[in-house]
Design a protein around this ligand. Structure first.
Ligand SMILES: Cc1cc2nc3c(=O)[nH]c(=O)nc-3n(C[C@H](O)[C@H](O)[C@H](O)COP(=O)(O)OP(=O)(O)OC[C@H]3O[C@@H](n4cnc5c(N)ncnc54)[C@H](O)[C@@H]3O)c2cc1C
Length: 516
C-alpha cells in the first residue's frame, strides 16, 4: 500500500487574527507546521508528502519541509482560494502510483502517528473516498441500495452505496427527496463579527424586543473582535441591525461596517432519524441544545452513535429500518433527558415577557418564608411561572390572582409594590401603587428613577435596584423589616402621585407644553 500525506497550509490566519500565516508562528519553540510535519513523518506508511501553501509563504514552508522531511520525498502545491481548492491542488500534485491519501490540516500539530495508521487501516478495509467540491442533488432508497445523484467538479455522477448518512445541516433538499422528515422547529439566526471596545466576557441579551423567542449574544473572539448575533423566531437580521444601532452596542462599536450572515437553526429534533439504509445526523436531525441551538457537541456524539449502528448493520448484512432504529434509540437515550429539560427551559423562556415575573419568583425564593407575592392579572405566562415557583419551592407563597376588578383592595393589602421588568416606559401599575400609598421597589427601568426620586425633604417613595433577583430581594426584605420607614415612604408615595401624576395636573402640564 502506498500512502501519501497532503498537508494543507495555505490559510491566511484571518480568524486567528495573525498578520500572516499562523502555521509559521512558534508554538512551544517551533513553528506549528514543523510540529505537524514531524508528527506525520513518524508514520512510516506515509511515503510521499505534498504540502499545499500560498506563494507568499513558499520560501518559509520549503525551509520547514527540508528540516522535517530530510528522508522522505516531498513536493509543494499551490494553495487555492478555499480549503477544498487547496486539497484538490494537493491531489493533482500526487504521483500517479499513490493509492491512498491522508489529508491533514497543517494547523493541527497534535495528530498522533497511531491515529493516521488506524485511519489508513480503516480506509483500506472499508474503502473510503472524499468527493470534494461535490454537491449531492438527491439520495434515493431503492431495493437493497441507496443511489445518490452528485454534481461533482467534473460533472454529474451517480454514487451507489449500501447506506447513506444525511448530514447536510439545514439544507433540507436531499432530506426531503429521501423521504426523511425535517427537525420539528427552526429559528432564525443572524450574526456578524466586528471590532468593539469593552467586551471582555460573553454577554447575553434577553427580551422580546431584543430577540423574540430566544436570545442575542456578544462573544469576544480575537483581539477586539466580537461575534454579535441574534437568534429569534423571525426577522433575526432586522433585530441584529436594531441591536447594532441600539444603546447596548452602538457606543462600543469601533467600526461602521458589519456584514450580517443569516442562517436557520433547528431547536427541536425530527420525530424520526433512522430509516431503511438511511440515518440523519446533526442539524439535519435537529440534534441541538434546545436552549442555545448549539449542535457541535450533540452532532459529534450522534455521528459516533450512527457510525456504530451502521458498522453493526453492515457486519450483519442488515440495514433494515428496524436495525437502524438502534441509532435513534441510542441517541435519544443519551440526550433525551437533556433535551427534555432544555425544551422545558425554552418553553418557560418563551412565555416570559419583558415584565420578567420570573425575577419576582426568584427574589421570593430568597426572602423569609412568611413573605408572599401577589400578582393580579392574566396572561400566557401562568403555567411557566407556576412551574418555576414549584421548582424553587415557593409555590405556596406565589399567588397568581388572575384578572381582578378590585385592584384597589389588592393594593391596600400590600406592604411593598414590586416592578421587576426588564423595560418599561412609566409603569401605570407603579403609579397606581404610589397613589394607593404603597412604597415601591423597582428595577432600573426608564421611568423609575424619576418617579421614585427623593422629595425636597430627602424622602423617596420607592427604591430603584439593579436587575439581579438578589438585589430585588434585599431591597424588599429591608423594607419589610422596617415598618416605620415603610409608613413614611407610603406617605411620600401618595404625595408623589398627587403632586406629579394627578390627572388634572398632568393635563395642565400637557397644555403648558402644547401652548409652548
Ligand atoms: C450563528 C451561529 C452560531 C453558532 N454557534 C454555536 C456554538 O457556539 N456552539 C455550538 O455547539 N453550535 C453553534 N451553532 C450551531 C452549529 O453550527 C451547528 O449545530 C453545527 O454546525 C451542525 O453541524 P452539522 O454538521 O450537522 O451541519 P453543518 O455544520 O451545517 O454542515 C453541513 C454541511 O453539509 C454541506 N451540505 C449541505 N447540503 C449539501 C449537499 N446537498 N451536498 C453536499 N454538501 C452539502 C454544507 O455545505 C455543510 O458544509 C451555531 C450556529 C449558528 C448559525
Amino acid at each position: 500500500m502506498t500512502a501519501a500525506a497532503i498537508v494543507v497550509a495555505a490559510g491566511r490566519g484571518e480568524r486567528f487574527g495573525a498578520a500572516g500565516n499562523k502555521l509559521l508562528l512558534p508554538l512551544a519553540g517551533r513553528p506549528v507546521l514543523l510540529w505537524t510535519l514531524l508528527r506525520l513523518r513518524a508514520c512510516p506508511r506515509l511515503t510521499e508528502f505534498v504540502i499545499v501553501a500560498a506563494e507568499r509563504d513558499r520560501e518559509a514552508v520549503v525551509t520547514l519541509a527540508e528540516q522535517a522531511l530530510p528522508d522522505r520525498p516531498w513536493r509543494m502545491a499551490a494553495g487555492g482560494a478555499t480549503r477544498s481548492q487547496s486539497v484538490r491542488s494537493g491531489l493533482a500534485a500526487l504521483p500517479a502510483e499513490v493509492e491512498w491519501v491522508a489529508i491533514h490540516d497543517g494547523a493541527r500539530p497534535l495528530i498522533s502517528p497511531a491515529l493516521v495508521e488506524r485511519l489508513l487501516d480503516a480506509a483500506q478495509v472499508a474503502g473510503a473516498a472524499y468527493r470534494l467540491g461535490a454537491r449531492c442533488l438527491e439520495v434515493v432508497r431503492e431495493d437493497g441500495r441507496v443511489r445518490a445523484a452528485v454534481e461533482g467538479p467534473d460533472g454529474p455522477e451517480e454514487v451507489v452505496a449500501r447506506a447513506a448518512v444525511l448530514a447536510g445541516g439545514v439544507r433540507f433538499r436531499v432530506l426531503d427527496r429521501a423521504g426523511a422528515v425535517r427537525p420539528r422547529r427552526l429559528l432564525q439566526t443572524a450574526q456578524t463579527e466586528l471590532p468593539m471596545a469593552g467586551v471582555d466576557e460573553v454577554e447575553v441579551y434577553l427580551g422580546r424586543e431584543v430577540a423574540g423567542g430566544s436570545f442575542a449574544w456578544a462573544i469576544p473572539t480575537v483581539g477586539k473582535r466580537v461575534k454579535l448575533g441574534v437568534c429569534a423566531e423571525e426577522r433575526a437580521a432586522v433585530l441584529l441591525e436594531r441591536l447594532l444601532a441600539g444603546p447596548r452596542i452602538a457606543p462600543r462599536r469601533l467600526d461602521g461596517v458589519a456584514r450580517i450572515r443569516s442562517k436557520p437553526v433547528p431547536v427541536r429534533p425530527a420525530r424520526r432519524t433512522a430509516y431503511e439504509r438511511v440515518v440523519v445526523v446533526g442539524d439535519a436531525a435537529g440534534q441541538v441544545k434546545p436552549t442555545t441551538a448549539g449542535g457541535i457537541y450533540y452532532g459529534i456524539l450522534c455521528a459516533e452513535l450512527a457510525a456504530r449502528t451502521l458498522d453493526d448493520g453492515l457486519r450483519r448484512g442488515d440495514l433494515s429500518a428496524r436495525r437502524l432504529a438502534g441509532y435513534e434509540r441510542s441517541w435519544r437515550a443519551e440526550l433525551g433527558r437533556e433535551l427534555r429539560v432544555g425544551s422545558a427551559f425554552r418553553r418557560i423562556g418563551e412565555r416570559l415577557d419583558d415584565k420578567r415575573l420570573d425575577r419576582l419568583v426568584r427574589a421570593l425564593a430568597l426572602l423569609p418564608a412568611d413573605v408572599h407575592a401577589l400578582v393580579a392579572g392574566g396572561g400566557e405566562e401562568r403555567g411557566a411561572l407556576e412551574a418555576l415557583a414549584a421548582s424553587l419551592g415557593v409555590a405556596d407563597r406565589f399567588h397568581l390572582l388572575g384578572p381582578r376588578e378590585d385592584v384597589g383592595a389588592v393594593l391596600a393589602a400590600l406592604d411593598v409594590f414590586v416592578v421587576c421588568s426588564d423595560r418599561e416606559g412609566l409603569s401605570n401599575a407603579m403609579l397606581e401603587a404610589l397613589a394607593a400609598g404603597v412604597p415601591v421597589v423597582s428595577t432600573a427601568v426608564s421611568g423609575a428613577a424619576e418617579a421614585l426620586a427623593p422629595d425636597a425633604g430627602g424622602l423617596a417613595p420607592g427604591v430603584v435596584v439593579g436587575f439581579d433577583p438578589a438585589e430585588l430581594a434585599a431591597a424588599v426584605g429591608a423594607l419589610l423589616a422596617d415598618p416605620a420607614r415603610r409608613l413614611a415612604m407610603g406617605r411620600a408615595a401618595a404625595r408623589r402621585a398627587r403632586e406629579r401624576f394627578d390627572f388634572e395636573r398632568m393635563l395642565d402640564a400637557w397644555e403648558a407644553v402644547l401652548a409652548g
